[in-house]
Design a protein around this ligand. Structure first.
Ligand code: GLA
Length: 433
């Protein structure tokens, strides 16, 4: 992981080769079927962590690592089971998973669990078919370079790339071409896609995630971060302001401590937010989710309604993080890097102490970065319990920071970290048809 941009052509070649090897001799022959290649990026969240599933604000960017889906597919009226099958294969496992896209699809476990992200999305798109006896039929090969289990949303990128592939089959959105022209998708279409993909992950993969990852993977825009209101799903594209020569860069450092949202304490945090909300709603009936609460509400609930311990801490993180996120977006637009950095540092402290989703390795990376020259701010990014940090640093200090992190992280933990510079990239799209 050393370059900031995916060599998308390499991924296309890998997926195409795998397709040929896996399905080339038994290719779907139907002349109504088409070949498509789609892609969707992973993401880094600058600030606004664990706020999306309580209707709050997030400020992520799409990155230059993606998942590519290459294959052939179409829609058939179901006749016999052998006619209407889906086969999927990925460069990570190389083994083909075969199933029928019916409403009785069930999740697979263990070695085939990766296929749930594809199957879950197919299930969500079945409502777009014209009649109950129509079926998706496809053979697809998947290649990607979003590091798995690193908190950079490899699963959302697989879901969203699959969604775009299905949209091509359905001929939704008038077949917009070319990833750099992602504006050809309507805003509405990109948001609907994100909602379907989030639902796939919630329902089929049993992960109660919010919408941030799927949203930015679908709606990302080159050169822009997205300030997303996770209640209304309205979003604003935010550019980094200031003077060109003064523009800092973002450095991502992967701790290589793998996280998995479903198995982590993530679902526990989601539940704790619900529990805190129900206590808060006793002191202020307008509080439907933590998005609606203020620090005063929290103080009142703490002194008079029994909001205490872990629930108090979780609520305090979310309420303060929403405020920081909106402030950070404003400061970013103005090129006020010092303020952005201060907010990032405060966000990390809150995630570590109040939300308790950090881990020793991540804290070491953050401390190393925060103490390095030219760094404005550094924090854990993503769901936590491992994964990556994101650091805002002066451009001419970035390489020095990367060398410093590589050396000191290994010295302190015995582990390797992988670092890369990143900048906001485009969202999902059709690469070729
Ligand atoms: C994961 C989830 C997101 C979000 C983040 C934490 O990435 O998929 O929905 O909750 O964690 O901000």
């Amino acid at each position: 992981m050393s370059s900031s941009t995916t060599n998308i052509q390499t991924l296309i070649n890998q997926a195409e080769d795998l397709y040929e090897k896996s399905f080339g001799d038994r290719e779907l022959g139907n002349t109504n079927f088409n070949t498509f290649c789609t892609s969707a990026p992973g993401r880094v969240n600058l600030i606004g962590e664990h706020t999306d599933y309580t209707d709050g604000f997030v400020l992520p960017l799409a990155i230059g690592y993606s998942t590519v889906v290459y294959g052939r597919g179409g829609i058939m009226k179901s006749t016999s089971s052998t006619d209407t099958r889906c086969r999927i294969v990925s460069t990570t496992t190389n083994s083909i998973v075969e199933f029928q896209a019916t409403s009785s699809l069930v999740p697979l476990c263990k070695s085939e669990a990766w296929a749930n992200y594809v199957k879950g999305v197919i299930l969500q798109y079945m409502s777009e078919l014209q009649s109950a006896d129509e079926r998706f039929v496809l053979d697809i090969a998947i290649a990607g370079d979003v590091p798995l289990g690193s908190g950079l949303s490899s699963s959302a990128s697989l879901e969203v790339a699959t969604a775009v592939f299905l949209e091509c089959i359905l001929n939704l959105n008038n077949n917009p071409y070319c990833i750099d022209d992602s504006l050809l998708y309507t805003r509405e279409a990109k948001m609907e896609r994100a909602k379907k993909c989030q639902k796939a992950e919630n329902v089929f993969c049993n992960v109660p995630c919010g919408i941030m990852d799927q949203f930015v993977s679908s709606c990302g825009s080159r050169g822009k971060l997205l300030l997303i209101d996770c209640r209304s799903l309205d979003y604003k594209e935010v550019s980094m302001g200031g003077e060109e020569g003064d523009m800092p860069v973002l450095v991502v450092a992967n701790s290589n401590v793998k996280h998995s949202l479903g198995d982590s304490e993530y679902p526990v945090r989601v539940q704790q937010c619900k529990d805190a909300t129900s206590i808060l709603s006793n002191v202020n009936q307008n509080i439907q989710s933590l998005r609606d609460a203020t620090m005063e509400d929290i103080n009142t609930a703490s002194s008079s309604a029994g909001l205490e311990g872990a629930l108090l801490q979780r609520a305090r993180h979310v309420v303060s993080e929403n405020k920081r996120t909106v402030e950070a977006a404003n400061a970013l637009e103005k090129g006020d890097w010092a303020t952005v950095g201060t907010l990032m540092n405060a966000s990390h402290a809150s995630m570590k102490d109040d939300y308790q989703v950090s881990c020793p390795e991540i804290d070491i990376l953050v401390e190393l970065a925060q103490g390095y020259e030219g760094v404005y701010g550094s924090r854990l990014t993503g769901g936590g319990f491992g994964g990556c940090t994101v650091t805002l640093v002066k451009r001419d200090c970035a390489q020095g920071l990367i060398d410093h992190l590589n050396k000191e992280y290994t010295a302190k933990t015995g582990k390797q970290c992988d670092c890369f510079e990143t900048s906001p990239g485009s969202g999902a799209g059709l690469l070729m048809a």
